[in-house]
Ligand binder design. Structure first.
Ligand code: GLY
Length: 367
């Protein structure tokens, strides 16, 4: 391979596949493109992306990438559908992909999940590469092999475990994101700190506390730019630490076995998905998770599961506040419980909750 990305690279070892998460800290990502082209290694391939990434980033301006097959899909969670899986599969046939080919997802969680799912069923499974372009997909969905689509029956209820062949995280993409996208990703990073690494929580806490004015002064639809890019650099330096929490879990429980560790990654998700659903998906995923974590914290305190004092409970509430993430909601407990019945984290008719013992440790419980 030409110029490696960085020494931050993380090796993931799961029963089904070993692969590397590569980090590119440069703003000019020629190096990233070269490394991806080298990873493809002359195989026939198809790049899958969405209209936003195609229009708003320079990735597809790279001459070598331009020469490859590309499919551009509509952006957004509402497009994570069978219809778009069919479009990807049709493009695979159109461009004569076969079992020696690969797919490359360049986008956020929606593109990554759909590309991974299409690659898991095309000719009974071909490799795919993840190039996550959002903070959320860097720290969560690009790692661990969960792929799938949404249906009217619920989110991610159709899918497959299919690990990527490699993941390439590039700092450049953070500078293309609206503030709300950074907040979405930060919520998942904070989740990783709470469920598995107090030091990671503290690193995020210090960083966000010192930069709270940037979040308070930036509209959610604005990019964090100018002198504030130092904040994006600092957030990017914490991405490997956040992924390390997920690595530790998925290496022990790749397929989320009942009672296994992977379920802990759903902290905030049972409540969060219900709030997302009730808001008609106006609340984006990461913000839903933040609201869900605060619901889980409340239940943990009510059931005397949260071992620490109010000081530590307030630290969890405050860390979201520093990033100007609104953790409040107006739904009643009854509405939330009803919405939860659609959640796939329901086991033997019971709704599984992940509750917080202390910062850095969680446990299973039931509604
Ligand atoms: N996003 C949770 C998981 O990958 O298991």
């Amino acid at each position: 391979m030409p110029n490696k990305t960085t020494s931050l690279d993380i090796k993931i070892k799961t029963p089904s596949k070993n692969y590397t998460i590569n980090f590119c800290t440069e703003n000019n990502f020629e190096n990233l493109c070269n490394t991806i082209i080298s990873q493809i290694n002359n195989r026939n391939c198809l790049f899958v992306t969405d209209e936003n990434v195609f229009a708003k980033t320079d990735f597809f301006k790279n001459v070598e990438i331009q020469n490859k097959n590309i499919i551009v899909l509509p952006a957004g969670e509402k497009n994570k559908t069978w219809e778009n899986i069919e479009k990807i599969l049709d493009a695979c046939f159109l461009h004569n992909l076969d079992r020696s080919s690969c797919l490359i997802a360049v986008g956020g969680g929606v593109i990554g999940d759909m590309t991974g799912f299409a690659s898991s069923i095309f000719m009974r499974g071909i490799p795919f590469i993840q190039v996550p372009t959002t903070l959320l997909s860097m720290v969560d969905s690009s790692v661990g092999g969960k792929t799938g689509i949404d249906t009217p029956h619920g989110k991610n209820l159709i899918g497959a475990f299919h690990q990527p062949e490699a993941v390439f995280c590039c700092k450049y993409f953070l500078s293309t994101l609206e503030c709300i996208e950074i907040q979405n990703g930060l919520s998942e990073m904070i989740k990783h700190g709470i469920l598995g690494n107090k030091t990671h929580f503290e690193h995020l806490e210090n960083l966000l506390k010192n930069n709270t004015t940037i979040f308070k002064n930036t509209k959610i639809t604005e990019v964090i730019d100018g002198e504030d890019t130092k904040l994006l650099e600092e957030i990017f330096t914490l991405v490997p630490e956040s992924i390390a929490v997920k690595k530790h879990i998925i290496q022990q429980d790749e397929t989320e076995k009942f009672g296994g560790m992977r379920g802990f990654l759903n902290l905030g998700h049972t409540y969060g998905h219900a709030i997302e659903l009730l808001s008609n998906f106006k609340v984006p995923h990461g913000i839903g998770v933040a609201k869900g974590i605060i619901c889980a914290l409340k239940t943990s305190q009510e059931r005397n599961i949260f071992e620490n004092n109010n000081y530590n409970a307030n630290r969890i509430k405050n860390i979201f506040e520093y990033a100007n993430i609104d953790t409040s909601h107006n739904f009643s407990e009854t509405e939330i419980e009803k919405a939860m019945t659609h959640d796939k984290k329901k086991k033997d008719g019971e709704i599984q909750l992940i509750l917080i013992k202390k910062i850095g440790e969680v446990t299973y419980n039931y509604l």
